[in-house]
Each structure stands twice: as structure tokens, then as C-alpha cells.
Design a protein around this ligand. Sequence first.
Ligand code: CP
Ligand code: NVA
Length: 308
Amino acid sequence: MQHFLDIHTTDPAALRAMIDSARAMKDARGGRPRGATDDEQPLAGRMVALIFEKPSTRTRVSFDVGVRQMGGQTMVLSGREMQLGHGETIADTARVLSRYVDLIMIRTYEEATLQEMAEHATVPVINGLTNRTHPCQIMADVMTYEEHRGPIRGRKVVWSGDGNNVCASFLHAAGQFGFDFTFTGPEPLDPERGWLEFARAQGVDARIERDPFKAVAGADLVVTDTWVSMHDPESAKERRHNQLRGYQVNAALMAGANPDALFMHCLPAHREDEVTSAVMDGPASVVFEEAENRLHAQKAIMRWCLGV
Ligand code: CP
Ligand code: NVA
């Protein structure tokens, strides 16, 4: 049994095998992401708990559908309605759930909650987003890039906006999958230095460039995300909008990237804030493919965790 907690703590060969497995499962469905169970039923007889302490559309639905397609069953739990939200410790929750279910996926606030869950659970735990990282998303993003443009190794990815949890997992992937990564955004919203250093230590070019137009020169992929994340205080909204306005991904910025550059956003998007509709709905955008690939990538992650 293996936990899937983060991209930088997972073996690169295992990450690559998960992308290959996701692709094979997607191909086996012959272009039908919805409905119908898979021919192979590796999760038959298995129960999966999906715990949400924050809202979710994609993560919730794609995990739930993915488990069912592979023959397993799910239980979607809201943190607020569990004793977890009323003082029961994470460690005790992990011990109890491990008596009932075969796999736990949790979306939570503090990274420490995820780690404590993983430490005390005797079944695999998957990170469905914390304030600090969002690894399942970036597995889908790597898969999506490669479906459209071939190997991501050696390519240049540019992140424009807030150096948040999704940006962190992208930096981890830069190191593990071998692509260059440039962050462009205001200094107070820089990604953690340690994540840049992690990527550099794996031999890739990971850097910060304040000028978004200089940043996108030579970009193969431009990525952004919401300017205000679920864990950010509502009071930060106005300040962030002022800080980030110049980093909006619009047609002018995309025109500075390579002609065949793709655009990604993990969604939900705030149209006309971090990205314009012209880009979201334009020819470079693969945002809905990314959303679909959450399903396939997470199926591969669950199989790897369970060794099935
Ligand atoms: N991208 C993503 O994780 O979306 P949800 O918040 O809808 O799960
Ligand atoms: N950065 C966003 C991602 C949502 C999927 C958040 O944490 O709210």
C-alpha cells in the first residue's frame, strides 16, 4: 500500500507509470469518459471514502465516477458533518476509517491534517488538495499536455498569477518530469523558495520573472489559477486583484508565447479576472480536457496506491 501525498515525494518512475496507466485506461474506454463500468474491475469489492473539508466539483465527481467505473463503491463525507469537525482527532479518525474502507481521499486545509491522516491510517491516503499543494490536478495536467503535444520533458511552462497550491505542485512536477518552469507574478505571492530549489536540484530551469511578457517568451504552456483560493481570507480579495491585474492571461499575453502554446487552468475559473473568455474558449485552451483527465489520472493513482 502506498499513499499519494505529493508529486515531489513520489518516485518519478512511479509517476510516469501512473500517466501511462491513465492513458491506457482512457484509451480502453474508446473516447467515452462517462457512464459504463470498465472491462477491468480492479476495485471490485473495495470501498473508498472521499472526505471534503472544502467545496469541490471536479475532485468530488471525478473520484466518485472513477471508483465506480473500476467496480468499487464510494462514500462522500463532509468534514463538517463528521466528528472530525467537532473535536475528534485526525489520528483517531484515520484509525477508525481504516477499519471500514480500503482507501481515503481527503481535501483539507492544513497539510498537517493530511500528513497525520496518512501517518495513522493503515490504508492508502490521497491528497485531494491542501492549502499547500494539489498533486492530482497536475498529474491530469501533465497527461493533458502530452496528449496534445508529446513529451513534456524539456518544454517551458509559465505560471502567471498567484504562486499558490496548484503552482506548487506544478513546480514539483517540473522537477520530477523534467520541464522548465517560470513563475510570473507579484513578489508577495511568489511560490515557496524551497519548491523552486527542489525543481532546480532535479536539473531544470525554475525561475521568477516579474514581467509577464518576458516570462511567456518561448512558452509551450501558459497556466493560471484563481487569484483568491478557498483558504485565502475574503478580505484579501481587493488587494489581490490590484496586485494581480497585470498578470491576467489574455490574448495579448498568449500572443507572446510560442505559436502552438497551450493554455491550462485547473478550474473553477473567474472569467475576465485571471483569464479572459477569449483565451478560455480559444484554440489554445485545453481546460475541459484537463478536467476530464482528472478522472483518468486519479483512476491510475488509486490503482497504484492499492497495487491493483
Ligand atoms: N480543479 C479542482 O480541483 O476543482 P474542484 O475544486 O471543483 O474539485
Ligand atoms: N487554488 C485553488 C484551487 C482550486 C481547485 C484553491 O485552493 O482554491
